[in-house]
Design a protein around this ligand. Structure first.
Ligand SMILES: [Cu+2]
Length: 565
């Protein structure tokens, strides 16, 4: 039996291939805090008190920067004394947390040791077309494939998960998912909690039976509502608890559930700060007492435990909320209160820490620059859900988006189920909900997954300016997705530029049948790219727009883009 994720701290610190030294130290620090929960000889009163704690100390996934991701059947001691069949990544559920520094290349070999096809999607990452994990790119059982792409986007808590045609829901449910954290050394200056005070919380709900197996057998009703579980695992830990000090913590929350929406908050109403959504840090922390987190979404929060006495504890929950939809047949209905994680405040903090007042600048798109509105009607058809009246067809491309155009996407939910809509290949900005521009803080910043409640119309602004090619957008209720609530779209490549360079002089031209483009230049590509409009006014001649730049010092890169800000 694989014990990588055993609750026994000594076992869970068994060296893991690819585990970085930093992560090993983080995990060791955590384990030393949590060790009393399973240590056989309690030799201090505090440790004895901890030994009586119900539940299990929070596990932390191993960490990787790339290398090999082997997806294979495994048996894990999710509940001590039981062996639970899962589909693990490198023997772990959730899979290893991938950490990549902005401006570097991510490379990994994905090895499919399942008895079925598999492809992984890098959710929130701007990967090129054939690296993105489109369902058409799944490899057969026993096969492997190489992933390689540069990571130049803002630092963010992203994730990765199975995206196999009609198998996404079951594979993700059985464990084929993990966090993917993009780090930016420039953000270190913000002084946010780090090391063992910066922790992932991967929330997933499951149904378990008497033999402690994770059952997945969706009925037609489950497909309609999405598969709702009756227990929550946090980082693969049931009834999870965490020993903390009285300091400030950064928690990176991912809702990795198939269908369950969480309303994250403390049982005692303890306030916390929202600092990041899907696409990275917000302009400033926002103090809240609860936050909605739909499947696929991420939130980062700062929690200050200094108001709790040493010896105190507080429970993080999914608070109850009125839910649209039919509710689940197997698990508690959508919107039912569920416990997530109990924090035991065991120690004084090593130093005082307060949230920073500002984080990372955010520039909203200029809605007036949107080239067009694209309407997506989300509706129920029998027991499944459609987008614009159709179910997904792997071979059919449903629409094309010109590269670099700012578009207003309008999701109209005419059904009775909530739909967390996820788009690949770009991040978007939420602009209004059913005509209201006043938005909850969870809608702030750069998003890739937007919750559209029953009866709601949500408008977002989006510009596909990273990679041309065929991508998907879909509902991230995974039963909805697998039953066809997904579309292909093609990001059309920008018009080709013709560039003639002589010393000190650059002649650039492009077809004058293309309107509205702005020529931009940058001295370097990658994470340091600083695209600036070229101010020279193009002239039309011989069917082309032409610009001649003189006194050009050094080497530049050029592109065509439509203004969005
Ligand atoms: Cu849906």
């Amino acid at each position: 039996m694989n014990t990588l994720n055993s609750r026994l701290p000594m076992k869970s610190n068994t060296p893991v291939l690819g585990l970085t030294r930093r992560s090993f130290m983080r995990r060791s620090a955590l384990a030393s805090a949590a060790v009393a929960g399973a240590w056989p000889f309690a030799f201090a009163p505090r440790l004895r008190a901890q030994a009586a704690r119900p539940g299990y100390p929070l596990r932390l996934p191993p960490e990787l920067s790339g290398d090999t991701l082997t997806v294979a059947p495994a048996n894990l001691a999710i509940w001590p004394g039981y062996s639970t069949a899962v589909q693990a990544i490198n023997g772990s559920v959730p899979g290893p947390t991938i950490r990549v520094r902005r401006g570097t290349e991510f490379a990994a070999r994905v090895v499919n040791q399942l008895a079925e096809p598999l492809v992984l999607h890098w959710h929130g990452l701007l990967a090129p077309e054939r690296m993105d994990g489109h369902p058409r790119d799944a490899v057969a059982a026993g096969q492997s494939y190489q992933v390689r792409f540069p990571v130049n986007q803002r630092a963010a808590t992203c994730w990765y998960h199975a995206h196999t045609d009609q198998l996404t829901a079951e594979q993700a449910y059985r464990g084929v998912a993990g966090l993917f954290v993009i780090e930016d050394p420039n953000e270190a200056a913000l002084g946010l909690p780090s090391g063992d005070h910066d922790l992932p919380l991967v929330l997933t709900d499951k149904r378990s039976n008497a033999q402690r197996q994770l059952t997945y057998a969706p009925t037609m009703m489950d497909v309609m509502t999405g598969y709702l579980g009756d227990i929550v695992l946090v980082n693969g830990t049931p009834e999870a608890w965490l020993s903390v000090d009285q300091g400030l913590y950064r928690f990176r929350l991912l809702n990795g559930s198939n269908a369950r929406i969480f309303k994250v908050g403390f049982a005692d109403g303890h306030p916390f700060h929202l600092i990041a959504t899907d696409g990275g840090l917000l302009p400033a922390p926002v103090q809240v007492t609860r936050a909605m987190l739909a499947p696929g979404q991420r939130l980062e929060i700062l929690v200050d435990f200094s108001s709790y006495a040493v010896g105190g504890s507080v429970l993080l929950q999914s608070l109850s909320f009125p839910a649209s939809g039919m509710g689940g047949m197997g698990g508690p209905q959508q919107g039912t209160e569920m416990d997530l994680l109990r924090f035991y405040v065991d120690r004084a903090a090593s130093g005082a820490a307060t949230p920073p007042t500002t984080l990372v600048p955010f520039t909203p798109y200029d809605r007036a620059r949107a080239q067009r509105t694209r309407v997506f009607t989300l509706a129920m058809s029998g027991m499944v859900h459609t987008i614009n009246g159709q179910l997904f067809n792997l071979q059919r491309v449903d629409f094309a988006v010109p590269f670099g155009d700012l578009e207003l996407w309008e999701y109209r939910n005419t059904g009775t189920e909530p739909h967390p809509m996820h788009l690949h290949a770009a991040h978007c900005q939420v602009v209004e909900r059913s005509g209201q521009a006043q938005l909850p803080p969870e809608d702030a910043g750069w998003k890739d997954t937007v919750l559209v409640e029953a009866g709601e119309t949500v408008r977002v602004l989006v510009r596909f300016d990273a990679h041309p090619g065929v991508f998907v957008h879909h509902c991230h209720n995974l039963e909805h997705e697998d039953s066809g609530m997904m579309q292909n779209f093609e990001v059309l490549p920008p018009p080709p530029l013709a560039i003639q360079q002589t010393p000190g002089r650059v002649k650039i031209s492009w077809p004058d049948s293309t309107q509205g483009f702005q020529l931009e230049a940058t001295p370097s590509l990658g994470a340091d790219a600083a695209w600036q409009p070229v101010t020279a006014i193009p002239v039309s001649a011989g069917g082309r727009w032409k610009v001649t730049l003189t006194n050009v010092a050094g080497h530049h890169f050029y592109r065509l883009m439509k203004p969005a800000f």
